[in-house]
Design a protein around this ligand. Structure first.
Ligand code: KG4
Ligand code: ZN
Length: 316
């Protein structure tokens, strides 16, 4: 089964073709990072217009490079939510137009689910699992007991982890996107920052105060960047620990842009080893927004009969 995935929820236009939910034939991304960098964040109107420009050329290119014709595509999967409305509309309408013209079903996929299924592109999901999706817009812990069964466990009260990196980087004058900028300059030093809500028994955290703490803290940029990265990753690991103790998963995994963070990846590896649980850390290219994960998710949210999709609305 060949699924054409489309992702346009934020500032990256993605088109991919995924075979049987696992094998990525082609994964194209048109990044708008440079365009938005000068504004210090994503400008929604600019993002939508750029998606409109890129989306159909990327579909053509994906088919050509995968050596397929549209007739060989079995379904089109598209991110429907959450995301920037204007950006989502471009992807959804492109998918509907293609579905109509090609006579193929269009499957709606939740973006966060896509980030979880990025794990299938480099491993195999083992249930029950606890996943953390941490990106510029989200920091959510999810429990999955089987394909199609998701439970929200908790997350940030305010800023998402990636957003916190972006804001702290702005305070430190390090540019955008903040995650990679902070990781690049971080150097161990004497700076000290709080670990907000680490005493809470719930899976529950807050990052909005950290930005202010960075602004007020004493220390050089590199030391503050280091300590900030330590604080955010400690809080996420603390919450993973609570989830492991409570739900006893066989596997933990991460998705979203923040999972590209090397310090966090190392901490997750030792956490998984300590508790004897399996771990999937997607390849970097599947951590950030991409369409391959959307194609993969659509495959696995099909019913066992393989003739209809559940937890996903077939929109054409
Ligand atoms: O998943 P993503 O590409 O887009 C969203 O859906 O938001 O995530 C982007 C976010 C940005 O906030 C960025 O600062 C963060 O992921 N990020 C990182 C790293 N690389 C990207 N955060 C921490 N460390 C990184 N190495
Ligand atoms: Zn994302």
């Amino acid at each position: 089964m060949f699924i054409l995935g489309i992702e346009s929820s934020c500032d990256d236009t993605g088109v991919a073709i995924v075979k049987n939910g696992k094998e990525v034939l082609i994964n194209l991304i048109s990044s708008q990072e440079k365009i938005h960098a000068k504004f210090g964040g994503v400008v929604p109107e600019v993002a939508s217009r750029k998606h409109m420009e890129m989306i159909f050329p990327l579909v053509d290119e994906a088919l050509t490079r995968a050596g397929l014709t549209y007739k060989q595509i079995d379904a089109i999967a598209v991110t429907v939510t959450p995301g920037l409305l204007g950006s989502l509309l471009v992807g959804v309408n492109a998918a509907k137009v293609l579905g109509y013209l090609w006579g193929k079903p269009v499957i709606s996929v939740n973006h966060l689910l896509g980030h979880i299924y990025a794990g299938e592109l480099g491993g195999r999901l083992v249930f029950p699992l606890v996943a953390l999706v941490a990106s510029g817009g989200h920091s959510e812990f999810v429990l999955m007991t089987k394909h199609g069964d998701y439970k929200y466990l908790g997350g940030t009260r305010d800023d998402a982890a990636g957003e916190a990196f972006d804001k702290a980087a702005r305070v430190l004058g390090l540019g955008y996107p903040g995650g990679s900028a902070i990781a690049k300059v971080a150097k161990r030093g004497g700076a000290s920052l709080p670990r907000p809500l680490s005493a809470s028994a719930q899976i529950d955290f807050s990052f909005s105060g950290l930005k202010t703490a960075v602004a007020r803290a004493k220390g050089g940029k590199a030391e503050l960047a280091y300590e900030f990265q330590e604080a955010v990753t400690d809080v996420l690991i603390d919450n993973f620990t609570k989830a492991i103790k409570k739900y006893k998963p066989k596997m933990i995994l991460m998705g979203g842009g923040v999972s590209a963070n090397k310090v966090l990846r190392a901490k997750l590896e030792s956490l998984a080893a300590d508790f004897g649980v399996k771990l999937i850390l997607p390849e970097m290219k599947y951590c950030t927004d991409n369409a391959a994960m959307i194609g993969a998710a659509a495959y696995y949210i099909r019913s066992p009969k393989q003739d209809k999709w559940y937890n996903a609305e077939v929109i054409v």
